[in-house]
Ligand binder design. Structure first.
Ligand SMILES: Cc1ncc(COP(=O)(O)O)c(C=O)c1O
Length: 443
């Protein structure tokens, strides 16, 4: 059986047309196609139903095409699609800003600017932090992913995402992420965190003085980097380092937000409030909308017209986002995140016992992943097996995608509304794939 080529006729046509008219560089993370979707099922171009464990890369936490969101989009499209918030003020933008400020208070008073995407949120967060502090430098992490616009790409770590695109933005400094699976052996998480915090203090002496640093940007759970969870002591220590040095802490919640980790924000698992946070993905159920949320004093330090744009927070996207947040509230999205996360974690831990190729199972809430390695060695990533597994799953009716600097990590970003039987069916496919591809189920 050749998993990667087992596509049906219309799907094959679509992929051929894609090859002809769309640049190859726009990644194909999965060989599947799509014609329509509902809940956690995508119907491909040939009418085949696929269980969706990718969720449009973490965008449809509330499921595909939820009725309240579809209705809100249709209703708003008939009333006002666009006028630009810079030109005429409309209430939907304000309603959404108020909702987000109340959901994610950043200190006494919180302000919100809307954007079109995660990368745009990150770009603006950096502009805001620089203006608020009057400092140029930004610190980011190995394994980080913050988007593909120029500053966001500069902050992004994986060379595969950026080779040949430079020169990149100046005054960006990268430090190592507290990657416990690879480097934490023999230490407990607190000791490991202390070592990394000491390294940061040293970095201020060796590389960039703290008083020149505007912001440190971090994902509480690295998304594209492979679902590496920031240790609690580290993030709380980082907050203290920022406070001591007048540095702003930017938390990037683009992938981890809106119930994915079992809380509205992943940072709510920690005793930490960011100065600025960045959002997108699941807040619009697939409509292009994002947000920068921050302390009012920080957000208001920007000079006129240095932030904004033609489309950000357009009325249809705002309507979709408001309906999404209301629907998530009704669903109790965080409880769904916990439920899905517990089920996936249990199954993955079980698979880890069966397959020696699974070196690590990790995640927070329903942001769960396992890492494939050779010879049980964290430093021997098995990207080839990961690719084959994704192909196997696609041929059996499951869409799943990888992550990680080496592309050797299977990550789950299924809609959180997924029914238990579908979740287990998808997990069964992964387990069968592992057995088939490794041919040695037992360790
Ligand atoms: C943590 C994080 N930040 C930023 C981005 C960029 O978002 P977008 O693709 O909407 O520009 C992503 C996208 O995957 C992300 O995971």
């Amino acid at each position: 059986m050749n998993c990667m080529t087992e596509t049906l006729e219309k799907s094959r046509e679509l992929l051929a047309k894609r090859k002809k008219f769309v640049p190859d560089a726009i990644g194909i993370f999965n060989p599947s196609t799509a014609s329509l979707a509902k809940g956690s099922i995508i119907v491909d171009a040939d009418g085949k139903e696929m269980i969706d464990f990718a969720g449009g890369i973490g965008v449809v936490n509330a499921g595909h095409c939820p009725k309240p969101v579809v209705d809100a989009i249709a209703e708003q499209a008939a009333k006002l699609i666009h006028c630009s918030f810079n030109v005429a003020t409309y209430d939907l933008y304000l309603q959404l800003a108020e909702k987000l400020a109340k959901l994610f208070p950043h200190g006494d008073q919180t302000k919100v600017m809307l954007t079109n995407s995660g990368a745009e949120s990150v770009e603006n967060a950096i502009k805001i932090a620089r203006q608020a502090t009057g400092r140029p430098a930004v610190i980011c992490y190995e394994g980080a992913f913050h988007g593909r616009t120029m500053m966001a790409m500069t902050l992004t770590s994986k060379t595969g995402y950026k080779t040949g695109c430079g020169p990149f933005a100046p005054e960006v400094y990268r430090i190592s992420f507290p990657d416990y699976y690879r480097y934490g052996q023999g230490l407990n998480l607190d000791e490991f965190s202390d070592i990394h915090l000491r390294e940061l203090e040293n970095f201020f002496q060796s590389t960039v003085p703290a008083e020149q640093v505007a912001a440190i940007i971090i994902e509480p759970v690295q998304g594209e980097g492979g679902f590496n969870v920031v240790p609690k002591k580290y993030l709380e220590g980082l907050r203290a380092v920022c406070d001591r040095n007048g540095i702003l802490l930017i938390i990037d919640e683009v992938q981890s937000g809106f119930g994915r980790t079992g809380k509205w924000a992943a940072y709510q698992h920690y005793d930490v409030t960011p100065d600025i946070s960045t959002w997108a993905k699941s807040m619009g159920s697939g409509m292009p909308i994002g947000a920068v949320i921050g302390k009012a004093s920080v957000m208001d330090s920007c000079k006129p017209s240095t932030i904004g744009g033609t489309y950000p927070g357009n009325p249809v996207c705002c309507a979709a986002s408001i309906a999404t947040l209301d629907y998530m509230n009704e669903l109790n999205i965080n409880a769904l995140g916990v439920r899905v996360g517990n089920m996936v974690r249990e199954r993955f831990n079980d698979m880890k016992k069966k397959f020696s190729a699974i070196g690590d199972v990790r995640g927070l809430g329903a942001m769960m992943a396992f890492e494939l390695v050779k010879n049980k060695d964290p430093f021997q990533p098995d990207a080839a097996l990961c690719k084959k597994l994704i192909g196997y799953c696609a041929s059996k009716g499951l869409i799943v995608i990888n992550a990680g600097l080496h592309g050797n990590i299977i990550r789950i970003l299924s809609p959180l509304v997924i029914e238990e039987n579908l979740l287990h069916k998808g997990l069964d496919i992964i387990e069968e794939g592992m057995a088939y591809l490794t041919k040695s189920p037992a360790i």
